[in-house]
Ligand binder design. Structure first.
Ligand code: SF4
Length: 529
C-alpha cells in the first residue's frame, strides 16, 4: 500500500494511460460485442471503470458495438454486497445513457431449479466444501455462460473482458499465461467456442489497482473510497464473477470466500460476514449462526443418506487403531466434526456379499438418519505381496429428508427474524425456489406435501401454491401402500418415486423419457447389492 500514498501525491499513472489506449485499440479492432464481468470487487471495478473512461474518450462514431456489463447474483449473495452491486449497475446504466455510450448492464442468476437452496434443501446436496465445490458451476459459471452463449448466437463471436491479474496467485498467473497466444490480445475461452477472453489489467499489481481507484473518481458517481472501506470492513477478498472453468480452478479467491455468498461453507470461517458484523452490522448475526450450523452438520453421518443421489453405493476405508489395548475404528476430524474412536466390537462386520441380506433381514433403510454400525471387510495385496485385512463403511450421500426439512425450517425462521435495515422485503429464499423444492420433494416421495404447511407454520401466511402439485393419496392410502410394500418386500421409497414419475408424464400423448426415468430408479445400486 506504500505505493498508493506516493502516487496519490504524484498522480502519475502511465500504466493506466497505456491500459486505456490498449482498450480503445482492442474495442475498435472488430465487431464482436464485449461482455464485461463485474463482481463488485476491486479488480472488476477497475476494468469496468477503465472501459467506461476509454469509451468516453472515443468519438461517438467509433462506438460501433455493444458492451454488456454483467454481474452474477447467486441469490445467496452477502446482503451489503448485492445492494451495492444493484446500485452500481443502475448508476452505470444511467450514466451510460446520459453520455450516449453503448453500454448495457445485466444481472445473471441461476434458474430456480439450480439455486443453492434447490440443490441443498430440494436435492439434498451436502453444503459445498473444497473437495465438492458444486456451487460455482451452478450459481455463477452456468448462468454467465448462458448469457454469453445467447450473445454468441446473436453476434457470432463475443469477447469476455475480465479483471484477472497475473499477480493474484502463482496458479492464476500460470493459467493466464497458458491461455495466451503470442502477439494476440485475446485468449481463447477454455470451454465456449466463439468466445474469447480479454484481460486488460493482467499486468496490474495490487498497488496499481488501488492507485487507480483512489485517484480516479468513479464516472457513474460511486465512491471508490467506500469500496476500499468495504474491503477493510469485510476483512477479506471476493468471490469473483467466474465465466471460465480453468480460471475457476485457479481462483483460490472463491474458495477462500470473501465477497461471496453469505452461506458459503467452502471456507472454514466466513471472513466476510464476520468482518461486517464486527464493523457494526449486527443484524447479520443470524445469517452467520445459520451458516455455521450448516457447515457443522455437513459431515454428520446421521444427517446423510448412505448412498449417492443416483442410488449408487460406495465404501470409504476406515482405519483401525488400538486404544487402551482394544481395536477402535478411527474417524478422522473433518471441518467441524471432531475425531472419534469407536470400539470395533460395536460394529457388525460383514463380507461385501453379505451386505444385501443383512440389510433386508434387519429392514435397514439407507435413506434414513440412522447410522447402523456396519463395516464391510475385504482383503488387499500390498506392493510387497502381503495380504492385509481392510475395513470400510458405507460412504455418504445427500442430506436425509429429515435434515432437508430441518434446514428449510431454520432458514425460514431466520428469514422471519432478520431485520435488513434498508430492505423490509429482503428474503433468503424466494417463492420460486420454494415451489421448485416442493416439486423435487414430491418426486422424492414427499406425498404428505410438507412445504406449504412448513411455510405457513413459520411465516404465518400461505403462498399461492399450484393446485396441480396436490398429493396423490391421502394418509390412509399411503399407510396401506406402505403395509403392502412391507408384505411383498418392495422398497416403499422406490414405489413412491415410480408413481411420481408416472404422474409427471400422465396426460402426455408422447411419453418420451418415461422408460428412461423408470430405468434410472430401478437400476439404483442399493436395490441390487
Ligand atoms: S462464495 Fe462460496 S458458496 Fe458462493 S459460489 Fe463461491 S464458493 Fe460457492
Amino acid at each position: 500500500m506504500k505505493g498508493i500514498i506516493s502516487n496519490l501525491l504524484s498522480k502519475q499513472l502511465p500504466k493506466i494511460d497505456d491500459a486505456k489506449e490498449q482498450i480503445k485499440e482492442a474495442y475498435k479492432g472488430d465487431d464482436h460485442p464485449w461482455v464485461v464481468g463485474y463482481s463488485g470487487g476491486k479488480d472488476s471495478t477497475v476494468v469496468v471503470q477503465l472501459v467506461f473512461e476509454a469509451l468516453c474518450e472515443m468519438p461517438l462514431e467509433e462506438l460501433h458495438k455493444k458492451v454488456y456489463v454483467i454481474s452474477s447474483d447467486t441469490l445467496v449473495e452477502t446482503p451489503l454486497i448485492i445492494n451495492s452491486i444493484n446500485t452500481t449497475l443502475r448508476r452505470i446504466q444511467d450514466e451510460a445513457l446520459n453520455r450516449n455510450l453503448p453500454i448495457e448492464t445485466h444481472k445473471v442468476k441461476p434458474d430456480a431449479q439450480q439455486s443453492f437452496w434447490a440443490n441443498i434443501i430440494g436435492k439434498g446436496y451436502p453444503s459445498p466444501n473444497q473437495q465438492f465445490r458444486w456451487c460455482t458451476d451452478r450459481l455463477k459459471i452456468d448462468p454467465a455462460n448462458q448469457f454469453i452463449t445467447d450473445k454468441v448466437s446473436s453476434f457470432g463471436e463475443v469477447i469476455m473482458v475480465l479483471g484477472v491479474r497475473e499477480d493474484e496467485s502463482v496458479t492464476r498467473g500460470n493459467v493466464i499465461r497458458s491461455h495466451t497466444v503470442e502477439g494476440k490480445t485475446f485468449m481463447r475461452h477454455s470451454t465456449l467456442s466463439n468466445a474469447y477472453v480479454y484481460a486488460p489489467i493482467r499486468s496490474f499489481d495490487i498497488d496499481d489497482v488501488w492507485n487507480y481507484l483512489l485517484n480516479h473518481p468513479s464516472p457513474w458517481g460511486d465512491d471508490n473510497h467506500e469500496l476500499h472501506q468495504l474491503y477493510q470492513d469485510s476483512n477479506s477478498g471476493e468471490c469473483p464473477l467466474m465465466v471460465d472453468k480453468n480460471i475457476k480452478e485457479s481462483a483460490g479467491s472463491c474458495g477462500n470466500s470473501r465477497f461471496g455468498c453469505w452461506v458459503c461453507t467452502v471456507v472454514n470461517e466466513d471472513k466476510a460476514l464476520n468482518g461486517f458484523i464486527q464493523s457494526g452490522h449486527d443484524w447479520m448475526k443470524p445469517l452467520l449462526d445459520f451458516r455455521n450450523w450448516l457447515a457443522e452438520i455437513r459431515d454428520d453421518r446421521t444427517r446423510r443418506m448412505k448412498y449417492r443421489m443416483n442410488g449408487q453405493i460406495y465404501y470409504r476405508d476406515v482405519k483401525i487403531e488400538e486404544k487402551d489395548g482394544i481395536p477402535h475404528v478411527f474417524i478422522p476430524r473433518k471441518s467441524s466434526r471432531l475425531a472419534q474412536f469407536i470400539p470395533l466390537e460395536e460394529y457388525e462386520i460383514l463380507e461385501k456379499s453379505e451386505l444385501k441380506s443383512y440389510i433386508q433381514k434387519n429392514k435397514i433403510d439407507l435413506s434414513s438418519p440412522e447410522d447402523h454400525k456396519i463395516l464391510v471387510t475385504y482383503e488387499e495385496e500390498t506392493l510387497d505381496g502381503q495380504i492385509i485385512q481392510k475395513y470400510a463403511q458405507l460412504g455418504l450421500g445427500p442430506f436425509t429428508m429429515e435434515t432437508r426439512k430441518e434446514i428449510l425450517t431454520k432458514l425460514l425462521e431466520v428469514q422471519k427474524e432478520i431485520q435488513h435495515p434498508n430492505d423490509p422485503y429482503y428474503e433468503l429464499i424466494s417463492v420460486d425456489e420454494l415451489k421448485e423444492i416442493r416439486k423435487i420433494w414430491f418426486r422424492n416421495g414427499d406425498w404428505n406435501d410438507q412445504i406449504p404447511s412448513i411455510h405457513k407454520e413459520i411465516m404465518g401466511y400461505s403462498l399461492d401454491w399450484e393446485i396441480d402439485d396436490r398429493p396423490l393419496f391421502d394418509k390412509e392410502q399411503i399407510s396401506d401402500l406402505e403395509l403392502l410394500c412391507d408384505q411383498f418386500q418392495v422398497d416403499f421409497n422406490v414405489l413412491k418415486k415410480l408413481i411420481s414419475i408416472e404422474k409427471d408424464f400422465s396426460g402426455y400423448k408422447i411419453r418420451r423419457g418415461l422408460m428412461n426415468d423408470i430405468g434410472k430408479v430401478l437400476k439404483q445400486d442399493y436395490l441390487h447389492l
